[in-house]
Design a protein around this ligand. Sequence first.
Ligand code: IPE
Ligand code: IPE
Ligand code: MG
Length: 259
Amino acid sequence: MKSSGNHNTSCKVPAHVAVIMDGNGRWAKARGYERTAGHVAGVDAVRYVIEAASGLGVKYLTLYAFSTENWNRPAEEVEALLHLIVVSLERETPDLVRNNVRLNVIGDIDRLTDESRESLRRSLDATSRCTGLQVNLALSYSSRWEITRAARRMAEMALEGKIRPEDIDENLVASQMTTASMPDPDLLIRTGGDSRISNFLLWQIAYSELYFSPKYWPEFTGDDFVAAVEEFTGRERRFGMTSEQVSACAPNNTNTLQQ
Ligand code: IPE
Ligand code: IPE
Ligand code: MG
């Protein structure tokens, strides 16, 4: 993996970008291949996007790889996809380390096999000292799973007398999310042509900018990622305020207002 140049020219670069990597099956079908071939082709796109995000100076990249609902797909596809994710991670880990990329997994990984979990653990451990881009792989993840788990944890804390109901505020809720300690995504990209969120980071994307690409995930390139970030930098984020208020804090009228 090589660095894709120094695009990190200003504070307008999003700190956190989330990506719904969609369209592998349709990409394969359009070429007369099995759906699984689309997932295999999608691995290259993951590599290009990690390179591009690193090159731009993005701090967190959250990739939706497998959703809670994806468990309902045909068993052969689920098995092939999870195997591919785990094997690709093992293969890419040395490159991640070389490029100072830290890997993190968010999701209900208790549902994975012991073997997959151990393989994931090895990749996580190998990159744990890296200080560059953090890649959060959303695996067996859904936002409703995450929010339900947070609610259960806060109920337990209340029952144990650690908190009172009135202690539950936005900060406490955020601290129970899998993304605690990270900034919310500034930009959410979805490939594959559909304009929906599919149970991804519902709490965290309250004020994210949304970018929908018609390209299927295996066709998405580092340049496409840079183009999405460039479009993002031209948008005015108002966070409920007026344009005049925002211009007063950010004279360039762009994304200098970070959460
Ligand atoms: C995205 O591609 C990968 C996962 C959801 C795991 P899909 O497999 O959803 O591809 P389409 O949307 O059917 O084309
Ligand atoms: C979203 O894609 C999940 C991932 C990219 C992992 P899906 O293909 O599962 O979403 P829907 O079913 O089209 O909403
Ligand atoms: Mg899909």
